[in-house]
Ligand binder design. Structure first.
Ligand SMILES: *Cc1c(COP(=O)(O)O)cnc(C)c1O
Length: 396
């Protein structure tokens, strides 16, 4: 059963009650394991020897397989080697990283940028950097786990406001006490935050506004500048921005953008930044190419949005309720966790790979199929999914 079995437990671990915790997860239909992708070709993946159309990828523009980016990664390897060899303050920051930072500054019109190995690490770093004994964190209730984790661990006073309810935020917020956190596009619902309203509330009360736009960069706005740009706002009007490269940009890692002062502060004080081996330079080199490409590829953004509209339209024709999301993330709420798993298994039996997302990733009783539509899906593939959904509904 290794690595997922719990048949023989090292007694040293007993005090953690690992067995009973895993058993509980199993009983609730919440046990998880990682599928191993054996091969990939466009939107087709193979798992356990079986082929599926992948509707569970955040590679929204299909850039992770884009020849120009693959080529850049190889070039980056030849020029810079396989790893950065050190943390950024030592000798881990190369010209490849610097060029990527400069490109992002120019793309978004922001003063300064630093790079992280992951969005998870970047969010830990942001929240900790903004935390002192006076900090109050106001965060949307559906904020990503990385933000919640950082907020809870920071020890700051942590106030969560109901999803997207800026009026409630406005009534709860105190003047100049901390930070307001939300997301451009919510990862499990695909809906967008009222960014301008929330920014205005933060500005008016003198609180720092932090926006995580992991799912917006690349797909939204002019030149893929993200949800901020889609909402007609300037990036420089938002105090701290986090973006990831692992989603629409197609590579790996993340960035934090802000004022030169704040970024210098992070470089000097952020332990996640200072004590971690810097992103591989070849990854930075490839990501630089990926962003240059993303800026010009309106065709991919158009494919994506027409695929999303097509899917929503098909779904309503088979009388499944489409969510209000107009982004790649198209959740179908099932409610019960076991039921969501049955749907996911049923779709898999019809060669459509759609993950069931369950508690604790989403609130209890809101288990869902998280369908992601990408620019690389062909119409026939979307048709297959819709037929599958229709089939599974008959059975379940
Ligand atoms: C994926 C995601 C992250 C984490 O980014 P990684 O680079 O995958 O670690 C952070 N915030 C949101 C909203 C995300 O969806």
């Amino acid at each position: 059963m290794f690595p997922y079995g719990v048949d023989s437990m090292n007694p040293k671990f007993e005090f953690l009650k690992i067995n009973s915790q895993l058993e509980e997860r199993r009983n609730q239909g919440l046990f998880r394991k990682c599928p191993c992708i054996e091969s990939r070709r466009g939107s087709i993946i193979s798992v356990d020897g079986k082929e599926y159309i992948n509707f569970s990828s955040n590679d929204y523009l299909g850039l992770s397989m884009e020849p120009e980016i693959l080529h850049a990664w190889k070039q980056g390897l030849e020029i810079w080697g396989a790893g950065s060899g050190a943390s950024p303050l030592v000798t881990g920051l190369s010209k490849a990283h610097r060029d990527l930072q400069d490109e992002i500054c120019e793309w978004l019109g922001v003063e300064a940028v630093i790079l992280f190995n992951s969005g998870f690490a970047a969010n830990q770093a942001i929240v900790k950097a903004l935390n002192n004994e006076h900090t109050v964190i106001y965060a949307d209730k559906l904020s990503h786990a990385s933000l919640q984790e950082a907020s809870v661990l920071s020890g700051a006073k942590y106030v969560r406001f109901p999803h997207n309810e800026y009026q409630t935020l406005s009534s709860k917020i105190k003047d100049q006490t901390g930070i307001v956190i939300t997301e451009g596009v919510f990862s499990m619902d695909g809906d967008e935050a009222p960014i301008e309203k929330i920014r205005n509330i933060s500005d008016k009360s003198g609180n720092i506004f932090v926006l995580d736009d992991a799912h917006g960069f690349g797909v939204h706005g002019d030149e893929g500048r993200g949800t901020i740009s889609k909402h007609g706002l300037k990036h420089s009007s938002i105090d701290v921005i986090m973006g990831t490269f692992g989603k629409a940009i197609g590579t790996t890692g993340a960035f934090v953008a802000g004022s030169s002062e704040f970024i210098s502060y992070m470089i000097n004080f952020s332990r996640e930044y200072i004590y971690s081996t810097h992103m591989a330079p070849a990854a930075a080199y490839a990501t630089h190419q990926a962003i240059r490409l993303v800026r010009t590829r309106n065709d991919l953004r158009e494919n994506l949005s027409s695929n999303v509209s097509y899917f929503k339209n098909c779904i309503s024709q088979i009388s499944l309720t489409p969510s209000n999301s107009t982004t790649s993330i198209q959740p179908i709420i099932i409610g019960n966790s076991e039921k969501a798993l049955q749907w996911s298994d049923c779709l898999k039996s019809l060669n459509c790979y759609v993950s069931a997302i369950r508690h604790p990733t989403v609130p209890k009783n809101t288990a869902r199929l998280r369908v992601t539509i990408t620019a690389s899906h062909r119409r026939e593939e979307i048709d297959r999914l819709v037929e599958g959904l229709s089939e599974c509904r008959k059975i379940l």
